[in-house]
Structures are given as structure tokens and as C-alpha cells.
Ligand binder design. Structure first.
Ligand code: ARG
Length: 394
């Protein structure tokens, strides 16, 4: 079966290949969500008497069959199918004939793709929330094991004041908790139903019940203005990547710290050997590649954030095929963050501290500020006290 927009003239295959791009591969993850949206849409069409009870049952049965096939990896979208929406509708028509041809009543692929994407985003955001929580749990575990250990604190990469494993670990726990709040607010923004807005100008003639599909799909609210629905594609994706980049900001710093505290001359942290990598020429090396790669992913996410925000730049209102390009960027963002979080939580959980080495490194100058404040407590003016102690370290 052909395209949903078949014309008299056959399209040039080169143009099809170019415009479909990787969409037929990327859309594989949307099949399940597209079916869920279609089930809700069909139920709504039945409610407004566009589909009979029997027609609805038939459609829902086939959509569930597609979801099953997809789970088993047997619903493969091919390049000639163009996208998940076309493949699913063609399958419905193949199985149900004219009844299948009714499913696209009252919608466009423009609101359909947004509906599937948003359900998918919501699941991914929930998954990432879980992974952030498990990183928090790993850090807590680490802090619990070594909470009494004091370590040097640094500013300008030079010894500054006394710090501790507790202070260090809890800084990341608090940071990641802030990231969870950001994730929640992003989730809340995404949680709006676009379904029933058609191509961006609403559905003429039919009285579509947008509230009903919203409820069936578990969206918090309906996104009202049909044109804004289209205009928010790219904007919402930008928001997602911005939330992800906040998480990666903290992962980046956590990784750099672990690399620094575990380097040979420091030797406070020890990354268990199974999580280090070797060198092909230097037999003694145990490298912290896992944290180097994790650290580098921050710049990747930042660049994805910039890329996704650039796609809608200067477009006039409404749908443009450019927007399809946001899909790959966001998917890559989700995959990268999920993989990074899951590997580093595993390693952080097993991270060790060399307590003797930490003690050795607590040298006198780290206590200089403390000595200043002891004098201050005894009534010496701060600047005076500072000068007295400074003499000792000049
Ligand atoms: N694959 C398309 C996308 O992601 C689906 C929507 C197509 N709409 C259209 N008017 N060509 O944007």
C-alpha cells in the first residue's frame, strides 16, 4: 500500500528517501504510542457517532494486535512505509477494509505525531527520574560508608580548607534533587494533549471531543490553541534537552571530581579495577575512562540542546517538515543520558576511599582559616588574625 497522500504522479524515490530520512527507523519506538493514541481517538470517534460500536471493536482489536507484533519485533517499518502513522493506517485498512479508512477522521499526522511523541517523552522522563533517583541512592550509599572521612577541599585546584566525604557527596545529592524538580516541571509542560487539533487549524464540521481523548490518554490538560500545538514542537523538545543538560552538568562535575580524587598523586578515591581500563603500551595504567566518557556527554547534550532549539528558528507559525528533524536529536539525548546515568550509578556504588591517604593529605595549610577564626573567637579583629596566620604560611 502507498502513501497516505498519494497523488496522480508517482513521487521521485530520491525525494522520498531524502524526506523520510531516518524517520522510518526512529518511528519504530513510536508504534506503541501511536497505537495508544489511535485507540483513544477511535473511542472518541465512536462517542461522537463517527464509528459504530462494531467498527470501534474491530479497530481496537487490530491496534492491539499491532502492539503485540511490535513487542515481538514483528512490526517493522520499511522506508517505503514512510513513517509509523502510515504503516499503522495501511495495516488497519488491509485488515478491516473501509473501516480502517475511517481512523484518520478528525486528525492529521501533525497532531498525531505530537500525541505519540508526548506519550513517549513522558515515559522517558519517568525513566530518567528513576535513574537520577538511583544515582542519588548510590551516592548516599557511598557517603554512608565513608561519612566520617575528612578530605582536602580545593579552590583553584589548590588545597583550600578541610572538606569531607559527607560534604562532597551531599552536594551532589542536593544538586540532583534540584534536577528532579526541573524534570518534574518539564514533565508538567509536556503533559498536554495535542490530539484533535489537526494540521494546526482545528477540525472543521465535526464536533471533536478533545477532553475525552485527553482523559483516556492520561494527559493533565488539553493544549488549547491548535496553532500553538504546532508551534510548541521544537519548543518542548528544547525544554526537555535543557532539563537533561542540567542533569549532565552535575554528572560532568561528579565525574571530574572522581577522576581528580582518584588520580595517582591524590589517591583518595579508588575506582574498583573492573571499572577501569588499561593502556596498550603502559602496563601499569588503570584509567578512569568511564568517568571521562560520562563527563564528555555533557558537551554532547549541550550541543543537542542547541541543535534542537535551532530547528524551529525563523519558521513561520504552523507545521513544517523541518520539525521532523527534532526527533532524532531528542531520542539521542534520552539514550545518552539514560546510558550515562545507569553506568555511573553502578560505579559510584562501588567507589572506595583510601582513609589513610585522605589523612596524609590533610596538611597544615588546610587548617589556616580555622586558626584565623580561633583568634577571631578570642577577640582578635578578623584582618589582624588573618595577618598573624598568614605569616606562618608565607
Ligand atoms: N514524520 C512526520 C514528522 O515527524 C510526521 C508528520 C508528517 N506531516 C506532514 N505534513 N508531512 O513530522
Amino acid at each position: 500500500m502507498g502513501k497516505l497522500w498519494e497523488k496522480k504522479t508517482k513521487p521521485d524515490p530520491h525525494v522520498i528517501k531524502f524526506t523520510v530520512g531516518k524517520d522510518y527507523i526512529l518511528d519504530q519506538r513510536l508504534v506503541k504510542y501511536d497505537c495508544l493514541c489511535s485507540i483513544a481517538h477511535a473511542k472518541m470517534l465512536n462517542r461522537i457517532s463517527v464509528l459504530s460500536e462494531d467498527e470501534l471493536l474491530g479497530i481496537v482489536k487490530v491496534l492491539k494486535e499491532i502492539m503485540e507484533l511490535d513487542k515481538e519485533g514483528k512490526f517493522k517499518i520499511e522506508i517505503q512505509d514512510e513513517d509509523s502513522h502510515t504503516k499503522i493506517e495501511n495495516f488497519l485498512v488491509q485488515k478491516l477494509g473501509d473501516v480502517g479508512k475511517k481512523i484518520h477522521t478528525g486528525r492529521s499526522r501533525n497532531d498525531q505525531v505530537l500525541c505519540a511523541l508526548r506519550l513517549y517523552y513522558k515515559d522517558e522522563l519517568k525513566e530518567i527520574e528513576k535513574l537520577v533517583n538511583s544515582l542519588i541512592a548510590s551516592i548516599k550509599d557511598f557517603v554512608e560508608r565513608y561519612k566520617k572521612v575528612k578530605i582536602p577541599g580545593f579552590t583553584h585546584t589548590r588545597k583550600a580548607m578541610v572538606s569531607s566525604i559527607k560534604l562532597w557527596g551531599e552536594s551532589f545529592i542536593e544538586a540532583l534533587r534540584d534536577d528532579l524538580k526541573i524534570l518534574k516541571s518539564t514533565f508538567n509542560l509536556i503533559d498536554q494533549s495535542p490530539l484533535g487539533t489537526g494540521a494546526g487549524y482545528g477540525i472543521p464540521v465535526l464536533k471533536i471531543d478533545r477532553n475525552y481523548t485527553k482523559k483516556l490518554l492520561g494527559f493533565k490538560r488539553v493544549q488549547r490553541n491548535p496553532m500553538y500545538v504546532q508551534n510548541s514542537r521544537g519548543k518542548f523538545e528544547g525544554e526537555i534537552l535543557s532539563a537533561l543538560s542540567m542533569i549532565m552538568y552535575d554528572v560532568n562535575k561528579l565525574s571530574s571530581d572522581i577522576i581528580f580524587f582518584s588520580m595517582g598523586d591524590m589517591g583518595i578515591f579508588k575506582i574498583p579495577e573492573e571499572f577501569t581500563t588499561g593502556s596498550s603500551i603502559m602496563p601499569h595504567k588503570k584509567n578512569p575512562d568511564v568517568f571521562e566518557i560520562a563527563r564528555s556527554k555533557y558537551s554532547k547534550i549541550l550541543s543537542l540542546e542547541m541543535r534542537v532549539k535551532m530547528v524551529p528558528l525563523n519558521l513561520i507559525s504552523g507545521y513544517h517538515r523541518d520539525l521532523q528533524e527534532t526527533k532524532e536529536i531528542v531520542f539521542e539525548g534520552f539514550d545518552t543520558v539514560k546510558e550515562t546515568l545507569s553506568v555511573i550509578s553502578k560505579v559510584v556504588k562501588k567507589l572506595k576511599v583510601n582513609k589513610e591517604r585522605a589523612k596524609e593529605l590533610l596538611t597544615g595549610e588546610l587548617f589556616a582559616t580555622e586558626q584565623v577564626y580561633k583568634l577571631v573567637k578570642n577577640g582578635v579583629p578578623f584582618r589582624e588574625a588573618y595577618k598573624i596566620i598568614k605569616e606562618k604560611y608565607s
